[in-house]
Design a protein. Structure first.
Length: 179
């Protein structure tokens, strides 16, 4: 797998430092609010697990499975909810946890979908933000890294369900995903 990586973008240590700082900031900003962290599967799971270890306030979590990629390298634009939340979110402060904010189409849809359930607020926290690809008016309040328009994998991010288990974030060699 490592032979498929063109270069390492962020090391495990760099990721840990950013995620730790983000957890501390969210803890300060949401003190006394008991937020509900909503992880967008599958990509969020490594980031969310590490982030939650650095959140020091009462909170709860749930997960959604949402897809718009269908095995490719870019969003199809058609969003499909494969797993919905298991609890009532009315009046709750929601923090959506996403691995990467790319086109914004999926998160735009998800925010609209969740707003119909009357939460107190919806905030987005993402491991990486790729603003050069933004097609929808969605912005993350919290982001660990801004990345250019390159195909990145590792630390939960995949290509065709592979590479999620890499402890770093790397740029995938183009010949891997253009076969």
């Amino acid at each position: 797998m490592r032979n498929d990586i063109e270069r390492v973008f962020f090391t495990a240590e760099e990721i840990e430092n950013k995620v730790s700082a983000l957890g501390e900031q969210i803890s300060k900003d949401f003190e006394g609010k008991n937020p509900l962290f909503v992880g967008v599967l599958k990509g969020c799971f490594v980031f969310m697990a590490d982030l939650m270890r650095h959140v020091s306030i009462p909170c709860s979590m749930d997960f959604m499975a949402v897809s718009s990629y269908k095995g490719g390298t870019s969003s199809t634009g058609a969003v499909e909810i494969q797993k919905d939340l298991g609890q009532n979110i009315e009046g709750r402060h929601i923090i959506i946890i996403e691995d990467i904010l790319d086109s914004g189409n999926t998160l735009n849809y998800l925010q609209s979908y969740l707003m119909t359930r009357k939460p107190a607020s919806i905030t987005i926290a993402t491991l990486m933000d790729k603003p050069s690809r933004r097609a929808a008016p969605v912005y993350a309040k919290y982001s660990c890294f801004e990345v250019p328009d390159e195909f990145v994998v590792g630390y939960g991010l995949d290509y065709d369900e592979l590479y999620r288990n890499l402890p770093f974030i790397g740029v995938l060699k183009p010949e891997i995903y253009t076969k």
